[in-house]
Design a protein around this ligand. Structure first.
Ligand SMILES: C[S@@+](CC[C@H](N)C(=O)[O-])C[C@H]1O[C@@H](n2cnc3c(N)ncnc32)[C@H](O)[C@@H]1O
Length: 198
């Protein structure tokens, strides 16, 4: 689902970049992935996360995708030209990725899954494009934060089949992913590192 004005305000600002910086460092510490890998980011928005991933993980290839062409146009303006030259930006729905099976060593998603009506399908798709032993690092928010009595008036999200941490934990094994590490703030959201078992 494309972002409305409230969501754009929430993600396209400097504070969000600072937050993502902390998250990327948490992932780096927990996932311990070497440099030179093939990395995918789903729902990359204006590319702030992609820049951080390039700097912290030094991948051989970084593919950054988003459903919304306008967000990728923003990325072309926002990203440093040197970073932009090292990234491949593609319009793609996370539920139908245009990549072959087992194409990536690591997949990242910052605040994207809860925007997807078929989030279970997106998890299956992440598992499909990950190599055995590959990692999926995600930041997600819960409906108690983005769909409460106040926020539902200015943040637009799918309303059916929403997930909290327990739902996510229950779905991961069904999609072929195993939870390796997590940092959860109850009723707010979580950071997680998942693995596609070998
Ligand atoms: C909350 S924003 C987060 C953007 C960026 N990752 C960040 O953290 O600043 C969610 C992003 O996911 C994208 N998105 C929504 N549904 C999607 C889908 N089905 N497939 C891929 N991207 C999607 C939106 O266009 C938006 O850019």
């Amino acid at each position: 689902m494309k972002l409305n004005w409230g969501e754009r305000l929430a993600v396209n600002n400097p504070l969000r970049v600072v937050q993502q910086g902390f998250e990327v460092r948490w992932f780096k510490q927990r996932a311990r992935v070497p440099e030179g890998l093939r990395v995918l980011e789903i729902g990359c928005g204006r590319g702030a996360g992609a820049e951080l991933l390039l700097r912290e993980f030094r991948p051989r290839e970084l593919h950054a995708t988003d459903l919304d062409l306008e967000m990728l146009r923003r990325a072309e303006v926002y990203m440093d030209p040197a970073a932009l030259a090292r990234a491949t930006l593609t319009v793609a729905d996370a539920v139908r990725l245009p990549h072959r099976d087992e194409a990536f060593d690591v997949v990242f998603g910052f605040g994207v899954l809860h925007h997807i009506p078929d989030w279970r399908g997106a998890l299956r798709e992440v598992a499909r494009v990950l190599k055995p032993g590959g990692l999926y690092c995600l930041e997600e928010l819960y409906p108690s934060l983005y769909q409460n009595a106040l926020t539902k008036h200015f943040l637009l999200h799918p309303t059916e089949d929403r997930f909290h941490g327990t739902d996510l934990r229950g779905e991961l094994p069904r999609t072929g992913l195993r939870l390796r590490d997590t940092f959860e703030v109850p009723r707010i959201g979580l950071l997680a590192v998942c693995e596609r078992p070998r």
